[in-house]
Design a protein around this ligand. Structure first.
Ligand SMILES: Cc1ncc(COP(=O)(O)O)c(C=O)c1O
Length: 561
């Protein structure tokens, strides 16, 4: 028998390991979305290179080389809006101006309403206040007494209408008032909340947190603890709160080392899950069904008309089933992050809506009847923070305000009402939102307006059908028409489920009239041959020129103005 020298055996082993690692690395590369969003590190590097520059007043109205008459019509429309806002929003704007230097959050949102090249001019003239005084039905009223139809949905909290939440908070507070702010021990309403949350989620245990971000953190932490694996998988574009590990790209000062961002709805991602041994959990935000692999749409990135969204329930359900299968096989914890969509899509949340069960589910936003909360539900074996046979090996998680009596009180009221026939009837009638979106789209097409809406039930996005540099202006026409939008503008409209047919018809009329006014003011004039690609190429060229500090025509680059 011929003896193989030991070094040859070792060499063969090393080569085998190397080839195996290479295969895994290739698999991972193939499972990344080709966009910058799919490449977190590259995106962060690119973001740092983007220089500030802006259009001066003349260029502002004709960045697409519009002829004089079109630029003049745009200017007239812009100044008309400015005059309307100055008159209507006086008190709200005065108070906003008085505090803005002291509120970082306000400065941030004000900065990112429109593409930065247009920002300063818009901030100077189209002033919108940050203050509102009251809410009622489906509307909010500002300090100047302007009542607007609310399409902000309060970041998704407002599912059943503001009066519903006011009632939950008032009654819930009454219920716990004897106990007051005692923490650590639970108010008895908590027992009911736990029981109902477990029934709704179909899971075994629950933990309470202060925000959706914290609930997600805890889910991932526990998955890592129980699997003894390091990495979490999230899908390209999905938002899971602002914790660094779930936001590895732009927005996070540090690189997230233990996060894989994979292509959504793609078999290449399944292959990574099938073969890697370091994956603890997969995080799914079912809202991505509306725009897989794309970040939450906001008007600050609306430089062209490339925004796309389309919801295919069957295809997304199928994808979730495949994920479920591979996670079960590989003992990876499947987490549905239902902070946004839970309680909005169906009584049983996304699990019921898509017909797939997760190992852990996070809820938040609406579930505490309008007060701040994060909830994590999970299977017993993934929720435990200790091992019976290893007493020092724990997964620590506590929080001063977790299960605060007032939050538990409002949650109790929410869950009580949630069981009522009235609420069941609302869920049964949710199909109306697809019909409303379709009818609005037909009206927009008939009026030859270059926009369409895409929706996941009551979560809507406005998409644009003709290449343009000015779509972000629509948010100001909508505001002038008496619609309240959040800071992401036309990227996300969130309806509460209590909109009546008449109220919705009024909103639809206003969307049409706002779009007509914008069209008449010339913003959607397009030069022959303009495409989304040519717009993007043009903007990139401007950036490169600004980066190289060569003065480009009528652009200037003052900082922090
Ligand atoms: C899916 C999802 N997860 C987590 C979060 C974070 O929740 P919070 O803002 O309460 O921290 C959000 C917030 O929008 C969300 O939409």
């Amino acid at each position: 028998m011929i003896k193989t020298p030991i070094f040859i055996l070792l060499g063969a082993c090393a080569l085998g390991v190397l080839l195996y690692k290479l295969r895994l690395r290739l698999q991972l590369s193939r499972a990344k979305h080709r966009s910058l969003t799919g490449h977190a590190r590259m995106a962060r590097r690119f973001a740092r290179l983007v220089p500030f520059y802006e259009y001066d007043e003349a260029k502002f109205f004709r960045v697409d080389e519009a002829p004089d008459d079109v630029a003049a019509a745009r200017r007239a429309g812009f100044m008309r809006l400015a005059a309307t806002f100055a008159e209507r929003n006086k008190k709200s704007v005065e108070l906003t101006d008085a505090v803005v230097d002291g509120i970082s959050d306000l400065q941030f949102t004000a900065r990112y309403r429109v593409p930065f090249q247009f920002g300063r001019f818009v901030r100077r003239y189209l002033k919108i206040g940050a203050f509102v005084e009251s809410s009622s039905g489906v509307s909010v009223t500002d300090l100047d007494g302007n009542r607007r139809y609310d399409l902000t949905g309060s970041y998704g909290v407002n599912v059943f209408g503001y009066d519903f939440y006011k009632d939950c908070i008032a009654r819930g507070s009454e219920r716990v008032t004897e106990l007051g702010p005692v923490l650590g021990a639970y108010h008895p309403v908590t027992a009911y909340n736990v029981r109902r949350l477990l029934e709704i989620s179909g899971l075994d245990e629950v933990s309470f947190h202060m925000s959706g971000t914290e609930a997600v953190m805890q889910a991932v932490r526990l998955a890592r603890y129980h699997t003894r694996r390091s990495h979490l998988v999230r899908f390209c574009g999905a938002y899971h709160g602002w914790w660094g590990d779930v936001q590895p790209g732009v927005g996070n000062p540090l690189a997230a080392r233990d996060t894989y961002t994979l292509k959504d709805m793609d078999d290449a991602a399944l292959r990574v899950l099938e073969s890697r041994r370091d994956i603890a959990c997969v995080l799914v935000n079912p809202l991505q069904a509306l725009h897989p692999n794309i970040s939450a749409p906001g008007d600050s990135t609306l430089i062209d008309s490339g925004r796309s969204a389309h919801f295919d329930r069957a295809a997304y359900s199928d994808w979730l089933r495949k994920l479920r299968a591979v996670c079960s096989e590989r003992k990876i914890v499947l987490i549905f992050d239902e902070v946004f969509v839970g309680f909005r899509l169906a009584a049983g949340g996304a699990q019921e809506y898509f017909g797939v069960r997760a190992d852990m589910v996070t809820y938040g936003k609406t579930v505490a009847g309008g007060l701040p909360v994060g909830v994590l539900c999970g299977r017993r074996e993934t929720m435990r923070r200790f091992f019976n046979d290893r007493p020092a090996d724990i997964c620590f998680a506590r929080g001063t305000f977790n299960a605060h009596p007032y939050v538990m009180g409002a949650m109790y009221e929410f869950l009580q009402r949630f069981d009522s026939d009235a609420v069941r009837a609302i869920y049964d009638g949710l199909g109306v939102w697809d019909r409303r979106a379709q009818a609005l789209n037909e009206r927009l097409s008939a009026a030859q307006l270059p926009l369409q809406v895409a929706n996941l039930s009551t979560i809507w996005t406005i998409c644009y059908t003709r290449p343009s540099r000015y779509n972000w202006m629509l948010q100001y026409y909508l505001r002038a028409a008496g619609l309240a939008l959040s800071w992401v503008g036309t990227g996300r409209l969130i309806f509460s489920l209590n909109y009546t047919a008449e109220e919705f018809a009024e909103v639809a009329d206003r969307i049409l009239s706002a779009a007509r006014a914008m069209q008449e003011d010339g913003w959607w004039w397009t030069p022959p041959g303009l495409t989304n690609k040519s717009i993007r190429r043009g903007v990139l060229k401007e950036m490169i020129q600004a980066r190289c500090s060569s003065p480009i025509g009528s652009m200037s680059s003052p900082r922090n103005k």
